[in-house]
Design a protein around this ligand. Structure first.
Ligand code: CO
Length: 207
């Protein structure tokens, strides 16, 4: 197990490495951040946003929670989206789920998990909405992975339906919402193919 002093040592080495390869790097970041992307992903430690897509500090605006949910009343997530869209003028919002998500798995179990069951209830709603398809998948792991994908699709719709994104589109701002999924077993990202770039696109996604 790693110890806390090790983390500080790692940090000093990381900072020194960057300073060596790009002496002005941190000073530039002090002045401003101009990320082009907002990443909404799972809190899972195996899905580190910047590393997966090879982006440096300053290049990716990030929000993570259990099972990458975008809930219409979640002020935390909504505030992140608003800042990203209105202030940073981000052009791409990426909702990224991952296969084998523990939150999705827990939502499909009938046993209680404590407080988090209130959060996971949003995933159970999706399960019930899409249960015809899900019940037709006999293999439990495959069913979990399919729900991981369906969850991304629902969260893309939720992002696109926020007043923030709707207003941005009304004002003619370029903004595309993407649904991606990450494979923990191979380290690869997949575009699930239901990007939305306008209220018109969103209509096509509605079920
Ligand atoms: Co997860």
């Amino acid at each position: 197990m790693r110890t806390l002093p090790q983390l500080f040592e790692n940090n000093r080495q990381w900072s020194a490495r960057i300073n060596l390869s790009d002496p002005g790097f941190f000073q530039r970041l002090v002045r401003q951040q101009t990320p082009d992307f907002l990443w909404i992903g799972c809190s899972d430690s195996r899905v580190p946003a910047n590393q997966i897509v090879g982006l440096l500090p300053g290049e990716l605006f990030v929000h993570r929670n259990v099972a990458n949910l975008v809930i219409h009343s979640d002020m935390n997530c909504l505030s992140v989206i608003q800042y990203a869209v209105d202030v940073l003028k981000i052009r791409h919002i990426i909702v990224c789920g991952h296969y084998g998500c523990g939150g999705i798995r827990a939502a499909m179990e009938s046993r209680p998990h404590g407080l988090i069951d209130n959060w996971l209830g949003h995933i159970r709603d999706i399960y019930h909405k899409r249960q015809d398809e899900l019940m037709s998948i006999a293999d439990q792991e495959l069913r979990i992975n399919r729900l991981c994908e369906l969850n991304v699709e629902e969260q893309v719709k939720n992002v696109a339906n926020t007043s923030i994104v709707q207003d941005a589109w009304r004002k003619g701002q370029t903004l595309i919402v993407h649904g991606w999924i990450y494979g923990i077993s191979d380290g690869l990202l997949k575009d699930l193919g239901f990007s939305v770039s306008s209220a018109y696109d969103l209509k096509g996604l509605k079920k």
